[in-house]
Structures are given as C-alpha cells and as structure tokens.
Design a protein around this ligand. Sequence first.
Ligand SMILES: C[S@@+](CC[C@H](N)C(=O)[O-])C[C@H]1O[C@@H](n2cnc3c(N)ncnc32)[C@H](O)[C@@H]1O
Length: 157
Amino acid sequence: MNIKLIAIGKTDSKPLQILIDEYTKRLSFYIKFDLEIIPDIKNVKNLSEAQQKQKEGELILSKISPTDYLVLLDENGKEFSSMGFSEELQKRMNTGIKTLVFVIGGPYGFSESVYASAKGKISLSRMTFSHQMIRLFIIEQIYRGFTILKNEPYHHQ
Ligand SMILES: C[S@@+](CC[C@H](N)C(=O)[O-])C[C@H]1O[C@@H](n2cnc3c(N)ncnc32)[C@H](O)[C@@H]1O
C-alpha cells in the first residue's frame, strides 16, 4: 500500500513547511508517501463559499482514481487514539488496497460530491484547525502510527 495526502494551496508558513518536510521524510522511511498540493483557485474573491467548495471538490475528485480508498479529514469525523489509528492503518494494509488517500478540505470544508465519494471521515479533534496546520498533524500521526506498528520508541518518548 502507499499513502497520499491531498491538500489545497501551498503552505504559507516557512516554519510549518520545515516541519511538514521533516515528518514527510521520516514517514517515507516506512511507506511510499506523497503530499499532493492542489494549487489555490484563482479569483477566489469573486466566488461564494459554495462555489469555492464546488470548484475545490471538482479538483480533488480529478485526483482520485477508482481504486483509491478515500478518507476525509473532517472535524465531524470519527475520532481515534493514536494506537487505534495505527490499528486502522494496519487494517487498511491487510485489505490489500493500493492507495490510501487522505484529503484536507479548503477553508470552508468539502463539497457534497467529495463527501459522497469518501469511504470514511476522521477527526483529529472536535476543534477546528487551519487547513494548513492539519497537514502537519496528520502526517505526524501517520508517522506515529507506523512507529507504533513497528514497536519503536517514538510514541513512548
Ligand atoms: C478551516 S477547516 C474547514 C472548517 C469548515 N467549517 C468545515 O466545515 O469543514 C479546513 C479543513 O481542515 C481540516 N480540519 C480542520 N480541523 C480539523 C479537525 N479537527 N479534524 C480533522 N480535520 C480538520 C478539514 O479537512 C477541513 O476541511
């Protein structure tokens, strides 16, 4: 299995990008991992929230292939402990899927068509984080998940 994370818009903050790069590098030791950034939509000021979500949704779905297992990052999704999330990663690997795709929504979340295409939704907390910060948090949790599965000390430090 390989893992892909899809997000919208480049990371504005350099310190955040440094951490994303660091955890991407660490995670790539365990599994093939790609972070795919969809460029920001142009002239977004002329669009309503619904139009922006719709356009972002079309772009997101254009990156998904029928064999992908799509999971959305969503504050109303299912919550896991880090141990539970590592078990979920193991379950997905056991089912033989080729690509597990996580998607982070834009500033207003996801369009209905993206929700309809997803196999699941996971929440990292009931609180709302910026769509840029969530990148780091989910990459760190996937990395943590693999260190748990490999019985390595990172989770216990
Ligand atoms: C600023 S939030 C959008 C909030 C928006 N009210 C909504 O309905 O989703 C942007 C994106 O960050 C991600 N996100 C923010 N907080 C999250 C959380 N607690 N758990 C999982 N994903 C989160 C989601 O992918 C969301 O679409």
